[in-house]
Ligand binder design. Structure first.
Ligand SMILES: [Zn+2]
Ligand SMILES: [Zn+2]
Length: 349
């Protein structure tokens, strides 16, 4: 079968490898679409970061080389012994987290924080291939009303949904989102799904602003608009109830800490490439807080799939499909250059 195999920095080869076999408790999936994530870009251009060059992962036993791809949907083609609630022909999306089930985060329901956490497509052969094999507990069924293209977006949309859930907002809340990349878009959909109508999205890139504008979002350009002034005016000086950093730069953290109401959280869902020198005095004086967030659990997957089944998510204008053969030139390089928003890979093309 064809697969995108990662051999290290700037080394991603589309090649023929043997099809994986289905072990006990496992499910084999014919991949329909696999999204390219910011993590994949970091592994290709700056890595290896999460992918281990030689040390096998404790839960998967796997190190480099590895088939990348952790955001995918597909059709079940085979199930292993002991799997009786997933069947050949089922449409599914994968929650790519390996967890130990025994550490404190696992025991308290926060397995996204497992001390030995691993990801399908980073620490095990992933979805940028014609077929992949996953444990049963990573499989979520897609209802008929959710397409396989949409199904490949459940993973990134769940990252955003989990982040939105940590902000303790309700339908009367006002929110401010920094960054209109795929996670910023996902935050906007998630917050709308939670009933919020007062959401501003701050994004300097005109192309990204245009994409989220078309979905119906209200946007601000931090290079031209006085974000703090506009938010103060809109909230009668109270500030927003929640801010989200999906940009990962100092300017967004600083601006968020100015726009937040007292005792309200800044939810950080960004990978910070550089240390910040932001003063935290604004945090202290108003009892604001910064809360980190990573990944999701099955609850977030179920909530996102339900919203998708209700037609809540729209892929128009920000999601495109490319062939596996073009994963580097049409995929990673185009995303790195900021010319594309979200790209899904078709492994059969
Ligand atoms: Zn990802
Ligand atoms: Zn654990």
């Amino acid at each position: 079968m064809r697969a995108a195999v990662y051999y290290g920095n700037h080394k991603l080869e589309v090649e023929d490898i043997p099809e994986p076999t289905t072990g006990d408790g496992q499910v084999k999936v014919r991949v329909s679409r696999n999204g390219i994530c910011g993590t994949d870009l970091h592994e290709f251009f700056d890595g290896p970061i999460f992918i281990s060059p030689s040390e096998p992962h404790p839960l998967t036993g796997k190190a480099m080389p590895v088939v990348i791809g952790h955001e995918f949907s597909g059709v079940v083609t085979e199930v292993g012994a002991g799997v009786d609630d997933v069947h050949e022909g089922d449409h599914v999306t994968i929650e790519p987290i390996y967890r130990c089930g025994e550490c404190r985060p696992c025991r308290t329901g926060h397995y996204n924080l497992c001390n030995s956490v691993g990801f399908h497509g980073l620490m095990a052969d992933g979805g940028m291939a014609e077929y992949t094999v996953v444990p049963r507990n990573q499989v979520h069924h897609l209802p008929d009303s959710v397409s396989l293209e949409m199904g490949a977006l459940v993973e990134p949309m769940s990252v955003a949904y989990h982040a939105a859930g940590l902000a303790e907002v309700n339908d009367q809340s006002r929110a401010l989102v920094f960054g209109a990349g795929p996670i910023g878009v996902g935050l906007w959909f998630a917050l709308r799904g939670m009933g919020l109508t007062e959401i501003d999205v701050v994004e300097p890139s005109p192309t990204r602003r245009a994409s989220i504008d078309k979905l119906g979002a209200r946007t601000l350009d931090p290079t031209a608009d006085d974000v703090a002034g506009i938010i103060a005016e809109r909230t009668n000086g109270d500030g927003v109830d929640a801010a989200f950093d999906a940009a990962g730069v100092e300017a967004s953290v600083e601006s968020a800490l100015t726009c937040l109401g007292e005792r309200r959280p800044l939810i950080s869902v960004a990978i910070y490439e550089k240390p910040l020198s932001t003063s935290l005095i604004n945090l202290v004086l108003r009892e604001r807080r910064i809360q980190g967030t990573i990944c999701y659990t099955a609850d977030d997957y179920r909530a996102v799939i339900d919203l998708m089944a209700q037609g809540h998510y729209d892929t128009q204008g920000w999601v495109e499909t490319i062939p596996l053969s073009g994963v580097v030139e049409q995929g990673l390089e185009e995303l790195r250059a900021g010319r594309r928003m979200k790209l899904l890979v078709d492994p059969t093309a």
